[in-house]
Design a binder for this molecule. Structure first.
Ligand SMILES: [Zn+2]
Length: 419
């Protein structure tokens, strides 16, 4: 959510009026979100004299002006910020802060989702909702994105609802080429600056356990049910390691680091109310200097979904950096090779069938010959990993394994669920 110009403002003193107002708003939110009621009762809420409402992941800050200028504004603001925390947006925002355009894209999509669900849960009348004209809504997302994305994004977004934030973000991310400029009337990005500041792994763990406890308590009372609730359960009660994101980010940061400064571009961006920020861009190097090999054990029972998940994460490498990625299917030998040099090459990959038996030998010999710096192996782990020669020190190896407790002699292992 956002206000108009200035950033976050000064936290207000606790006058009796302010305190009563916040308590009333908090209780109202707890009434229609019983699943998060317990969690919300533990979140500190403050008013500020600024224009924006925001959260640092632990406390919620509400612009007093916003709260008083909108129908049930305090309730709506608390609702909005509470859901940013509950959906786990804060660590994602924090991770994206170094990339302003992805940050703004994610911010817009998550705001639209939360505002849409808030509109229905709080049950605003048409008339009340019309008064929220300075905020991001599902209806105006496409308008906002126009002109900030490369051609083709509309097709990519087809059949994906804006409110499915993860899918929409994944689909749109390759198309963003500049921080999204908000049209007149809609104001600064939430949280530039303060968002996520002071947020760390300890706060994350504390938040996780509070939300999980709140969900469990609601289940005991029988006050759950509905799609939002099951989405929350997926996030907090069945935690999954975001392995695809972790590997993709690690590869990308290494690739960026190794890129040479062949040309410097200086650009200034206006981000939110913080004034121009000058960014130096590294020039694009023509020759790709990083190769990654993705080995897929066709004898294993890795699902297409897992492989797709990873490929969608590495799309950025292909679209933004011109990295060379090779997908190799293997059983006892490499059975198929697909070279990916651009996004559209991903269509070339066809599903391979397994022939039983697994040997990693040829895959790693091939990786060494081609001087691959990253090797990502999808496997069930039933192979001859112990017999492979230890790879050169500059080759990073990642195992994505769907057999629990399988041990590999080197590299990093992510265990994933079998489907
Ligand atoms: Zn927001």
């Amino acid at each position: 959510m956002s206000g108009t110009k200035s950033p976050h403002g000064v936290v207000q003193n606790n006058t009796e009026v302010l305190t009563k107002d916040r308590i009333a708003s908090r209780s109202a939110v707890q009434m229609f979100e019983p699943m998060l009621a317990q969690f919300l009762s533990q979140v500190e809420i403050y008013y500020t004299d600024g224009e924006t409402c925001f959260t640092d992941g632990k406390k919620i800050y509400i612009s007093q002006k916003f709260a008083s200028n909108h129908p049930r504004g305090g309730v709506f603001a608390i609702y909005h910020e509470m859901w940013h925390i509950a959906f786990g947006h804060i660590p994602i925002y924090k991770a994206l802060l170094g990339n302003p355009w992805e940050h703004s894209l994610h911010n817009i999509l998550t705001d639209a989702k939360i505002n849409e669900q808030g509109r229905h849960r709080i049950n605003f009348s048409e008339k009340e909702w019309e008064k929220y004209n300075g905020i991001i809504k599902v209806d105006n997302v496409c308008k906002i994105l126009e002109g900030n994305l490369r051609k083709g994004w509309e097709a990519a977004l087809q059949n994906i609802p804006i409110t499915d934030t993860t899918r929409a973000f994944t689909a749109l991310r390759p198309f963003v080429y500049k921080p999204i400029e908000l049209p007149d009337g809609i104001s600064v990005m939430e949280g530039e600056g303060a968002l996520g500041q002071g947020f760390n792994a300890d706060i994350q763990r504390e938040t996780e356990s509070r939300i999980a406890a709140s969900i469990q308590a609601a289940k005991l009372r029988g006050t759950t049910g509905g799609s939002l609730e099951s989405e929350l359960e997926d996030i907090w009660l069945k935690p999954q390691v975001p392995w695809a994101r972790i590997i993709a980010q690690a590869i990308m940061s290494r690739f960026k680091r190794e890129k040479t400064w062949s040309r410097l571009n200086r650009k200034s961006y206006f981000i939110g109310g913080t004034g121009p920020i000058t960014v130096m861009f590294k020039g694009r190097k023509k020759r790709p200097i990083m190769t990654a090999i993705i080995g897929i054990d066709v004898s294993g029972s890795i699902s297409d979904g897992n492989i797709e998940e990873f490929l969608s994460e590495i799309k950025n490498l292909l679209s933004d950096f011109g990295a060379e990625v090779e997908v190799d299917f293997f059983d006892t030998k490499i059975t198929d090779k697909f070279e990916l040099k651009k996004l559209t090459d991903m269509k070339k990959i066809t599903k391979a069938s397994g022939r039983g038996g697994t040997s990693y030998q040829e895959l790693f010999e091939h990786a060494e010959e081609t001087k691959a710096k990253e090797v990502i192996v999808f496997t069930d782990g039933y192979g001859d990993a112990d017999n492979i020669k230890v790879p050169p020190h500059n080759m990073r190896v990642w195992w994505i394994c769907n057999t629990k407790d399988m041990v590999f002699p080197f590299g990093k292992v992510f265990y994933i669920a079998s489907r």
